[in-house]
Design a protein around this ligand. Structure first.
Ligand SMILES: NC(=O)c1ccc[n+]([C@@H]2O[C@H](COP(=O)([O-])OP(=O)(O)OC[C@H]3O[C@@H](n4cnc5c(N)ncnc54)[C@H](O)[C@@H]3O)[C@@H](O)[C@H]2O)c1
Length: 278
């Protein structure tokens, strides 16, 4: 470890599970002080204890602006400043199709996955401006924010929207030295994925190994992504290594969003060969 975040204070929402927890661990290993924020209090407190004295848990429900504002205030109260705000908490939300979607399901998804990011920007940026010297905002988007067809209409809309937020906010916030960027993970085996497929979170690891064995070879680079793949990108965006990067989305998906999964040249060649042999 090279102390890339020495002296910095970071907040990670959804920081006690999956991508958020791996990122919190990575930030701590690089010298940061880290607030992990989540709605699950008992697990949050236990996790913060395991993470050590440079970490603390704060209860925050990112669906309410007041809770995000309070999270920033409590972070500054505890560790004196804020340098990195990672909008990571999220949900797969409503899985309903376009024709079955309810207003309630759609709004609930937008609330966790999109409003949280908008108000995360607002209150992190206000703190960065108050203390001076800029800061880094990171958001976990998704390949479902770059392409349709990965998930539901609610999730895809929510994740496309957060990319709009970071692109616009980059313009408004850059005069203050504030950078904002998103990471677009491909499929990463976390409790969120287990939940999406109706498998209890405690069997998430087992499901991940099973799917990797069954389907891994068909993924980009021959495997699924891991939480550490995303944590590494988050570390880059949190650190000064990315000091001239803002308003971008980095896909961390093995390259899969750069090409179509539908009909490849290989499929067409095989079909054409079958046609010739008829
Ligand atoms: N796992 C994937 O394949 C994948 C792919 C693309 C994007 N993502 C995104 O990555 C992010 C992290 O997901 P993960 O896979 O690590 O899932 P996860 O379920 O392991 O972690 C999500 C965390 O967010 C917390 N959370 C949920 N609602 C909250 C709220 N209202 N306020 C505060 N915290 C809340 C949960 O308690 C949980 O700890 C999400 O934004 C998700 O959409 C995940």
């Amino acid at each position: 470890m090279s102390g890339l975040l020495n002296g910095k204070v970071a907040v990670v929402t959804g920081g006690i599970s999956g991508i958020g927890l791996a990122s919190a661990e990575r930030f701590l290993a690089e010298g940061a002080k880290v607030i992990v924020a989540d709605i699950r209090d008992d697990e949050g407190r236990r996790t913060a204890e395991l993470l050590g004295e440079n970490a603390a848990f704060v209860h925050a429900d990112v669906t309410t602006e007041a809770s995000i504002e309070d999270l920033v205030a409590r972070t500054v109260n505890r560790f004196g400043r804020l340098d990195v705000f990672f909008n990571n908490a999220g949900t797969t939300g409503s899985s309903a199709s376009v024709t079955d979607l309810t207003e309630e399901g759609f709004n609930a998804t937008i609330s966790v996955d999109t409003s949280s990011v908008v108000f995360g920007h607002k209150h992190a940026a206000r703190q960065f401006i108050r203390q001076g010297g800029g800061g880094s905002i990171i958001t976990t988007a998704s390949v479902a924010g770059l392409q349709g067809g990965w998930s539901s209409v609610s999730y895809s809309t929510a994740k496309h929207a957060v990319i709009g937020t970071i692109r616009h906010a980059a313009m408004e916030l850059s005069p203050h030295g504030i950078r904002t960027n998103a990471i677009a993970p491909g499929v990463i085996m976390t409790p969120l994925i287990a939940k999406a497929f109706g498998v209890p979170a405690e069997q998430g690891g087992e499901l991940a190994r099973f799917l990797d064995d069954e389907l891994g070879a068909r993924q980009a680079l021959g495997r699924y992504g891991t939480v550490n793949d995303i944590a590494n990108a988050a570390l880059f965006l949190a650190s000064d290594l990315s000091s001239y990067i803002s308003g971008t989305v980095i896909p961390v998906d093995g390259g899969i969003s750069s090409y179509t999964l539908a009909t490849s040249d290989t499929d067409i060649a095989a079909a054409a060969a079958a046609f010739v042999q008829r």
